[in-house]
Design a protein around this ligand. Structure first.
Ligand SMILES: [Zn+2]
Length: 231
């Protein structure tokens, strides 16, 4: 008799204990990421990750530098520049996901970027889609670069979830009012004073009143006029 009461309180505990809630979230994460395990697969070679440079770049055992496609993580400290907010966090998440692991690469239209790095979608042996996982955990935001857009919709969905949950880079975000100009073609947003922004064709213009809304619409900050994704 006292039994059912303690059962009930146990059930209640499951949904209120932070540890258990964390497990539920991890379960959802895994389910979301495994949805991608059936895609692609034309690059069947497996590589080992030797080194994690930051939240969106790794080095393989064969010395190849790999830049993840479709996403951008805040920078870690390099040369004379300080780390961006969440730069070390993003590197840490990426390291947890791939360091020392076997991975499979999938390419899109452009195989290399202008720095000679291999551009790739990265998958773990269990099917985890690393690019999407980083966005889902709030370690990176969507950076659409046409024509390498095979998974842009998936990244956008992952970003919406991360934003809604306030994870990582989206945590305690203050919507500072700021007039911004988006370019529907390049999917970048600019400060109103940016010379690159001013070149946006009339039909491609869209305006935002804060960065959150621009990110939520799938736009990424222009690197020339917005130095840090969040300041
Ligand atoms: Zn700009």
């Amino acid at each position: 008799m006292g039994h059912s009461l303690s059962d009930r309180s146990r059930t209640w505990l499951i949904f209120t204990m932070p540890v258990c809630r964390k497990k539920i979230i991890t379960g959802c994460l895994a389910a979301f990421l495994l949805m991608f395990s059936g895609h692609g697969g034309f690059a069947r070679d497996w590589h080992t990750v030797q080194w994690v440079t930051d939240g969106d770049t790794i080095v393989l055992e064969n010395g190849l530098n790999v830049r993840y496609i479709g996403i951008n993580a805040p920078e870690v400290a390099h040369e004379n520049k300080k780390a961006e907010p969440f730069g070390n966090f993003a590197a840490r998440i990426n390291r947890k996901l791939v360091q020392g692991k076997k991975i499979r690469l999938e390419t899109d239209h452009d195989v290399r970027d202008r720095y000679g790095r291999q551009l790739a979608y990265v998958f773990l042996a269990d099917g985890t889609f690393v690019n999407a996982a980083l966005v889902l955990m709030g370690a990176a935001y969507c950076l659409p670069v046409s024509p390498n857009d095979r998974y842009d919709d998936a990244f956008q969905k992952a970003q919406h979830r991360a934003m809604a949950a306030g994870r990582g880079i989206w945590r305690n975000w203050e919507k500072k009012p700021e007039k911004l100009l988006g370019n529907k073609k390049s999917r970048r947003f600019h400060r109103m004073t940016c010379p690159f922004g001013k070149k946006t064709g009339k039909r491609n213009r869209i305006y935002f009143s804060n960065r959150w809304d621009a990110f939520k619409a799938g736009f990424a900050p222009c690197k020339k006029c917005i130095k840090q994704f969040r300041d």
